[in-house]
Design a protein around this ligand. Structure first.
Ligand code: 5GP
Length: 197
């Protein structure tokens, strides 16, 4: 997605060979117009798949997921990282090791909002080693709902996540793919010419 790549080029900060900081438009401050375009793109990619719900994880997945939910006209559910006093229904839980924070969190969603008839689109901000997306997929499958696909805003293709998810048979659609972050520079991965349009 050209607009997203341009934004990464102008506003992204390469923290290390493995980490990109995009706090100015996705992870702290949010660019609503860009989120709108991202939501539209996800909706086009997954149109006709009979998606009934989007599942993401707090907090940075919520903005792109909500915009996609608006265009697909489906509710958006987000997994919580902390136990909430108001989240006392039957819970589905999974553990996720956070790539950026180097800590393990238990994440949960209420069984009230997901069931075996659901066709779920998982959305997240970044894909690194695939821990977050895999945990979300496991939660969906625990209630026998179906994972229709995984939509990622920024995939770091030099890490294992995308391949692991594809090897599991999931359809992964990433709006920007990063081939490397070496020498403080972002290099994008383009497989097909049409991705540039
Ligand atoms: P994974 O679970 O695929 O290993 O990592 C994905 C999660 O880690 C995302 O939800 C995101 O919050 C965080 N993450 C991974 N890599 C990066 C990165 O380069 N920059 C930022 N800002 N977050 C990242």
């Amino acid at each position: 997605m050209r607009l997203l790549e341009e934004k990464i080029n102008t506003d992204g900060i390469v923290i290390s060979e493995n980490v990109l900081k995009v706090d100015s438009f996705l992870n702290h401050q949010i660019d609503p117009k860009l989120m709108n375009e991202i939501g539209k793109e996800f909706a086009e990619l997954f149109a006709g798949e009979g998606i009934t719900k989007i599942l993401t994880i707090e907090s940075s997945g919520i903005a792109p997921a909500v915009m996609a939910g608006l265009y697909l006209d489906v509710p958006v559910l987000f997994a919580r990282k902390r136990k909430s006093l108001t989240l006392f229904e039957d819970l589905i839980t999974a553990t996720v090791h956070s790539f950026t924070k180097n800590e393990t969190n238990e994440i949960s969603i209420s069984k009230k909002y997901i069931n075996e008839d659901d066709r779920i689109l998982i959305i997240d901000d970044f894909l690194a080693n695939g821990q977050a997306a895999s945990a979300l997929a496991r939660m969906v499958e625990e209630v026998n709902a179906q994972v229709v696909g995984i939509g990622i805003v920024i995939e770091k293709s030099f890490q294992d996540g995308a391949q692991i998810l594809k090897d599991h048979g999931y359809r992964v659609e990433s709006l920007a793919r990063i081939a490397s972050l070496t020498n403080g520079e972002v290099t994008f991965k383009h497989e097909k010419m049409e991705e540039l349009v």
